[in-house]
Design a protein around this ligand. Sequence first.
Ligand code: SER
Length: 560
Amino acid sequence: MTSVQLRKEFLDFFEKKGHTIVPSSSLITDDLSVLFTTSGMQQFKPYYLGEKSPYGNRACSIQKCLRTSDIDEVGDESHLTFFEMLGNFSFNDYFKEEAICWAIEFLKEKCGIDEEKLWFTFFKGENDLLEDKESKDIFLRLGISEEKIFGFGKQENFWGPTGNEGPCGPTAEIHYDLTGKSCSLGKGCKPNCKCNRFIELWNLVFNEFYQNKKEELSHLKQKGIDTGLGLERLVAVMQNKSSVFETDLFESLGNSRILADHIRAIVFLAAEGIVPEKIGRGYILRRLLRKAIRENGEIIDLAKKVIEMYKDIYSELKAKETDILNIIQKEIQSFGKALEAGKKEYNKIKGDITGALVFELYSTHSIPLETTIAWAKEDKKEIKNIEDFYKLTKEHQEISRAGAEKKFGGLGKEAKSEEAIKLHTATHLLHSALRQILGNNVQQMGSDINSERLRFDFSFDRKLTVQEIKQIEDLVNQKIKQNLDVKCEQIKLEEAIKSGALSFFKEKYPDKVSVYSINDFSKEICAGPHSKTTGHLGDFKILKEKSSSAGIRRIKAILK
Ligand code: SER
């Protein structure tokens, strides 16, 4: 089946089940807390909260989406920046039973997928949130064998909200078994395993909760369904391809996966009237464009192919064709000029190339880090103190991002529960472990702790490997098991810095500071509070490691 046929099959299927077909909304949303539309439910957010839907209470759509969080994964088999999401939605109408049955019916009957290949997950409950036994029972009633149904916690099977508040809830997911082979990482294999045996196809969200800005949940008055099925992934499965880039959606877009991905995103962003800029949405467009230009392909030709392929589905591409091509052409020129001017500046550098100089080139001539690295490589030079580049870029972005008043570094006032205190101590262990395993270039870029998890942002320029994540976890757990004392002393700021205590550049410290040390493993200037010893922290587990922004990684971790 072609991708064009599949889109039609999907909409026909749900129209027959009483859904109104709703066109994709713009990639730019009214929700100021997100840069782009990242899922099909975004345009329907108010209808989950009780506002009357103009489409009745069942809708289906094919939504254009853009996600920059996976940008470092682009180029593997299944991650894309721009993608289309097929979805069906219920606002206070049908719930779990129909959502699950119809999803399976569609995959089996319309897509011809062998049920043997499908595996299922449901929410197993976590903290105050109950297990979703109902979904599990529905799977069992449909005759699915229990060995192919797995419960997961919040991290995997709880979705939302988009932006900083909104509807959210437990999920059930349908995964596809790509290889049929058991795990290459040694253990028994199930969906979400890092061995890439499975691909997540369909996410069924049961919107039962509302999460407010403080991340507190309350029950919604009405129940809703929000499902999302990645078009490109489903096409890959149906066309028997091991990667989305081998499907008919990409066949005319050349051999560079990065270029093929980015050109689609570029065309769709430019069609929204976004132009390359130093900040915000325009910054994303510029970053994608410059990366694409560096891939050395026929960008204009490829853009024309994207427009040709999608113009009958998204009429704005046809209407904006000239603008889109102009935007790309202009950026090719301005990047060319910037490169010339930047190269001149670069050639003037006497002595070491430092992170601060790399930032200088970036901020005055928009020369991307990767380009300066490439120049330095040609000259067989190393870049010294690269962490300064990350520090300065982060500062620069913080300053440009008006009003985003998130507290960095210390533990926020509200979150001093016992759990949060333990997580705070674990954050110090993590920080040191990262530096020990990945090198001293790792710098703290941000930290956010609540009573359930820690989040730590740090400078590092690539995705961590599965082995590195394991080493980091092991090292932290080793320090926990050793039951080390956490000591605090009050000393002068200067002395603290001289003694090698880690500090956080975003924080304005008083003249006299507290320094927390955990044996000789960790030493940080910090306002506390901390656990007295490490022994009772529990088992440290990294849930997620991903890109947070250019050159900055984000780890979410818990104590079990
Ligand atoms: N909102 C969910 C997702 O994006 C399902 O559509 O995965």
